[in-house]
Ligand binder design. Sequence first.
Ligand code: HEM
Length: 517
Amino acid sequence: MILFLIPALLLVAAFAVKAIYHLYLSPLARQGIPGPWYAAVSDLWSTTQQLSLRQFRGVDALLKKYGPVVRIGKNKVVFLDVQALKTVYGVTAKFDKSDFYQRFLTNHNQHSFTFIDAKDHANRKRSYAGHYSVTNLARYAPKIERVLLQMVDGLLKNGGKSTFDVMSLYRHLLVDNIFNVAFDTDVGIMERWTRNEFSPLDQAVTDFPKAQTMIELFPRPLTFLLFSIPHARLQSFLRSDVILCEAATGIFKKALAEFESSKAIESSDDEKADSENAGREVDGKSLIRRMLEFKMPDTGRRMTDLEIISEAQSHLIAGSETTSTTMSYATFELSRRPDVVFRLRQEIDSAIPDLRTMGDLTMLQNLPYLNAVIKEVLRLYPAIPGPLLRSVPAHAPDFTIGGYHIPPGTTLATQCTTLHRQKEVWGEDADEFRPERWFEETEAMRTNFIPYGLGARMCSGWNLANVMLRVLLSTLTRNFDIIAAPETTQSSLYVLESFASFPLALQAKFRFIPRTE
Ligand code: HEM
């Protein structure tokens, strides 16, 4: 008995000593940064918050209770200070991403979203620079429109008889879209949806962030147990990374073959190659082609096959689930706000008279009410609602937030959920969906609105996301009256997150009744 007791007592004593250190003696404790004691003594609070899939809510509650700088872990501080936002996240900021992002490695490889080191990250971003620019995206308008009209046709054919889960519907469309826009490949996922066929790729895209969070938070030595449970759905959930990697490898091989053959043409017949490549220039280069051609500026090294595959895989994930969730919440607002639909229709009907077209992308970019609606959706339903974690670098010069000295090694973060709902910035109706507020945009609104993050690590695909939100919202509002299914309510859409947000019910069902007036 005593043999068990002594180690147990030693463990308790070790925990108590550590807890005392973190509560009273550590550099953060000595600064007296406010926050609950139970969050400061260990990282248990933070871990349970992540497990509960409500971390952004817990952090929001603490920021409201303790003020703009709060200690939420042994070594973790969250803040709301706009000045600090620029220092921590700004374009010239020297703060790296925290190692939290390592859970999102794809195929065990780094990609732009996960790189910790700023130089590695900058090089990777250079490898596909310009691909998601507004001008380059305009080249893909016909492909975007084709898939969009497939969806509209499917809904028109149904004539409003059935309800559809739009989380899944939009994801199908957006997965197709990423393949078209980033990889110049048509995989026909939307078509599968119209035939009511299951698509493993679509499922894997939505599983990935949830599965990676589960694997990360599961006790490490026991992970193998998780992978041994003989349950088909659980195993496909846990292996979403493999499914996505297979898809990315397929498109990589295709792009590589095209790249090799174009090089062969170039070397065998320069003149002929010139004319063939002239054709390619008009088509633009796919994301993979850009990476195949890229050489690191400092070393001249080319990217390895695995690096390209992992980067492509990450764009597939980042580019579909986020936009689909945002659109699903937009659909919910449309279904319960006839006043917003009325104003939107007034604007869109006169801008796009032909029902069978999507409208010019530049023209859509200039529709004020449509853009106000999108901003309001991104404000209230940000797809990444929780803390964006950064590390104070080892040799950081003296760094303070709100008068507190923050030592090197501390993990720092802000979160848009709280920034986007501060009454001092957005007014007393901050929690309400009111697109009109964007017609009186203030400087404070501009600096506190960060649905796509900010600085050097800001979302690479934000132009694409905005394009897709515009074409989807305008086309659906134009063609359909949208009615929420009885089971789709504020409670069923209660927001949860595993870094990316999703509704509690995991679905959002609506009927799309063809518009008659
Ligand atoms: C409504 C849709 C979207 C939202 C709200 C969103 C939000 C974000 C946010 C907040 C970040 C920064 C995360 C951080 O700092 O930790 C991010 C990064 C990123 N997003 Fe998006 N995103 C969206 C759509 C897209 C799309 C369509 C793509 C297309 C490929 C994309 C690709 C990426 C990539 C590659 C990164 C990593 C950027 C880097 O660190 O260099 N996202 N996104």
